[in-house]
Design a protein around this ligand. Structure first.
Ligand code: PPE
Length: 308
């Protein structure tokens, strides 16, 4: 992992190696934190953050679901993120804000623990590998079901909830696959461990709806918009497991993974990335890197503060 010089933590810029928490930090014991994954891309106009306000809004909503009052406003977080990227001299990076319950009383009632916040940035390459992004990954359906709305809140991007993804990821990586696909508690296709999923069949694009316990992915929304702008029909409906194997094309979307095609599912061949996947991937990549005029408003150019 590439480190950066500075991390922003509770209102201050601190050296990477000094960004520390106490061992009795509540979130470390009980997973009581929420986070975001955001990417900043090098564009002709300089570094620019993809759908920054949308990510910060989701962070606030996740915090609210766990009864945490955000210690900073959206604008404050946006500005310090710009400054952090500039002060680290980064042209492109991954951005990880975390809002969490800090050191305080032990025990499950977190309400007396302080709500703390940090933002870390680092250079992060293709999450499922450059090869996977270009030629597709091998996926396997996990035996673990995606967290159900009966026990947790699938729409919250909360730290503890990721134990579900961690179990699925370990299961399939030990079996030699690149990524896990989780079914939801009803047995329909939900998503990857950190990506939403799209299925293409007979020219139509299908993706599971919110009722399938998915995370409301910001890239998912962007890709739906791009695909519709390209003239494709995109349908949000339940997807049966075997539809993955019967699909003409399957791809994943997420901030870390961007748009990554799936070439094999449960040892059944889907094939190399198809025409629709490639077309959507190209426009999406242009949007991320500021090459698509139509989607320019999705980018938040990093404003370099004068003191940087
Ligand atoms: N589902 C899950 C479970 C998920 O974690 C992500 C993002 C998505 C869907 C796609 O959401 P979006 O990025 O808004 O399009 N996963 C983040 C964390 C990945 C990680 O390994 O850490 C990410 O991609 O940043």
């Amino acid at each position: 992992m590439n480190t950066a010089d500075l991390i922003w933590m509770n209102g201050e810029f601190v050296a990477w190696e000094d960004a520390k928490v106490h061992v009795l930090t509540h979130a470390l014991h009980y997973g009581t934190g929420v986070f975001e994954g955001i990417r900043c891309y090098e564009t002709e106009q300089g570094p620019a953050i993809f759908r920054h306000p949308e990510h910060l809004d989701r962070l606030r909503r996740s915090a609210e679901l766990y009864h945490m009052d955000m210690p900073y406003t959206r604008d404050e977080l946006r500005e310090v993120t710009h400054e952090l990227i500039a002060r680290n001299g980064l042209r492109s990076c991954y951005i990880r804000p975390v809002v969490y319950r800090g050191y305080g009383p032990m025990g499950l009632d977190p309400l007396a623990n302080p709500v703390e916040c940090f933002i870390a940035v680092w250079e992060w390459g293709a999450y499922l590998g450059e090869e996977g992004k270009a030629n597709g990954v091998r996926a396997k359906t996990s035996s673990w079901r995606r967290i159900s709305p009966e026990s947790l809140m699938p729409q919250a991007k909360a730290c503890g909830q990721y134990l579900n993804s961690v179990l699925a990821k370990i299961e399939v990586s030990k079996a030699g696959y690149d990524e896990a696909i989780l079914l939801d508690h009803k047995g329909v296709v939900c998503e990857g461990t950190g990506e939403n999923i799209f299925v293409v069949r007979d020219g139509e694009i299908v993706t599971p709806p919110y009722s399938a316990s998915i995370l409301d992915g910001i890239n998912r929304r962007s890709i739906i918009e791009i695909a519709r702008d390209l003239g494709y029909r995109v349908v949000e409906r339940d997807v049966a497991r075997e539809e993955l194997a019967l699909a003409d094309e399957v791809f994943l979307s997420g901030t870390a993974a961007e748009l990554t095609p799936v070439r094999e599912i449960d040892d059944l061949e889907i094939g190399p990335p198809g025409e629709i996947t490639r077309q959507v991937q190209k426009v999406f990549d242009d949007a991320l890197h500021g090459r698509a005029e139509r989607y320019r408003e999705w980018l938040d150019p990093v404003q370099v503060p004068s003191k940087a």
